[in-house]
Design a protein around this ligand. Structure first.
Ligand code: FE2
Length: 427
């Protein structure tokens, strides 16, 4: 059923080509060894990310919707399935780093094979359901672009040479010594609506849009900085059990936490492993690589609390009025690849980009949530247990990927993402 490309598919074709090329550009500086080693169970090798994102298109789109499609290598179905029980058995996650074969060049050839086949399919008149799967595949791949960066950072942080993944582009904005004091912006209580309102892509867990009752609250106008985190450390924050949730205190003791994940204490202060190698901790920049447990302990120490996800989304929804909507924050496309200090201007800042913001909301289904039928129903719904919601995107998130309704989620002990916090309080 070939035919001319429908006009409505053009933006999707552009998105697909842009996303596929960007993933390869991100990995361009990596050696085969860089792309093969797995530094911990939660992180995946870059080569696996490159291949798995192709497997997603091959399995969800090509194998089902292209008659006679021949997979690049049938063995890849086992190697690069992530967690889809309905699709079949897979290599266990902790063993992804055992894949010295296929080599990086073969994985890149696999990518080209899949990219061409999907592009050919998009040149036909695709049923709506297939176009939706291609769109999901693009947004899925963008999620893996961020994971590729955070996983490379974790890997390089294990190397005593502290290699830099990238050198920052020149002429980045000047950094003030310390940002202005944190202010708080008041919001009324009442019945609000949250969840994706329709129009444009959203993941299934962002809906249905629904009513929520919130109490009056105040939200910090910027993120918590490294300077404020240094105050928390100096005041014994990591040594005071009364500040901590029981599970958090146990984890902090078991793993010897005394600072954010990549910080190292030196005689003259802290340095931190970054995507630019080992750097002095910038007091003005937002703190990052902290767990939910640490964020919660800090908020308790500060006499405040973490925002709920409904509060966060309600506040973020007001930004479109000021023109500070999603897409205009410090995202990966800026090339900084590190959180940046808040601008001196007042108002609600840093809601999008810089660091994912822990909320105190468990990742749970919204009322009347119903995952889609089939394998893609495993995408989010089955992870709605034991995880907390983070909002707003980070300096490693591709620009244009997040929106006010976007719900990221990680277990409360996770620290290797660009995760930070914004304080809230009851009004
Ligand atoms: Fe995935």
């Amino acid at each position: 059923m070939d035919g001319p490309l429908p006009v409505s598919c053009d933006p999707l074709t552009a998105l697909f080509k842009r996303v596929r090329a960007r993933t390869e550009a991100l990995a361009a500086g990596l050696s085969d060894a860089d792309a093969t080693v797995q530094s911990m169970e939660d992180a995946s090798p870059a080569k696996w990310h490159l291949a798995h994102t192709s497997w997603f298109f091959e399995t969800m789109v090509l194998a089902r919707h292209v008659p006679g499609y021949r997979p690049f290598d049938p063995a890849f179905d086992f190697l690069f399935n992530s967690y889809y029980e309905t699709i079949g058995p897979r290599l266990s996650r902790p063993r992804r780093g055992m894949l010295t074969r296929p080599c990086l060049a073969t994985v890149l050839a696999y990518r080209q094979h899949v990219t061409k086949a999907v592009a050919d399919l998009m040149g036909t008149r695709m049923p709506d359901g297939v176009a939706s799967l291609v769109e999901l595949g693009c947004h899925h791949e963008q999620q893996h672009q961020e994971l590729l960066l955070t996983d490379i950072l974790h890997l390089f942080a294990q190397n005593p040479l502290a290699p830099a993944f990238r050198t920052p582009p020149g002429a980045l904005p000047a950094i003030p010594d310390r940002p202005a004091a944190m202010g708080f912006i008041a919001f009324d209580g009442g019945v609000i609506r949250i969840g994706h309102a329709g129009g444009g892509f959203a993941f299934d867990c962002e809906g249905p849009r629904h009513e929520v009752l919130i109490q009056p609250f105040r939200l910090a106008d910027r993120l918590v900085t490294n300077a404020e985190w240094l105050d928390f450390i100096a005041d014994g924050g990591y040594r005071t059990p009364l500040l901590w949730l029981s599970d958090g205190w146990a984890r902090a003791q078991a793993e010897g936490w005394s600072a954010p994940l990549y910080w190292q204490r030196r005689n003259d202060g802290f340095v931190s492993m970054t995507l630019q190698g080992l750097r002095p901790v910038d007091p003005a920049a937002p703190v990052t690589h902290i767990s939910y447990f640490e964020a919660d302990a800090f908020a308790t120490w500060a006499g405040r609390r973490l925002p709920g996800e409904a509060e966060w989304e309600h506040a973020a929804g007001t930004l479109a009025i000021d023109g500070q909507a999603a897409g205009q924050g410090n995202f990966a496309d800026s090339g900084r690849l590190a959180p940046a200090p808040a601008s001196p201007a007042g108002g609600l800042r840093q809601m999008f980009g810089d660091v994912w913001e822990w909320t105190r909301s468990a990742f749970l289904p919204y009322p009347r949530f119903c995952p889609p039928a089939g394998a893609v129903g495993e995408y989010n719904g089955k992870f709605m247990s034991g995880q907390f919601v983070l909002r707003g995107g980070s300096c490693a998130t591709p620009a244009g990927h997040v929106r006010a309704s976007y719900r990221n989620f990680f277990p409360p002990h996770a620290r290797w993402q660009f995760s930070g916090l914004r304080l809230a309080e009851d009004a």
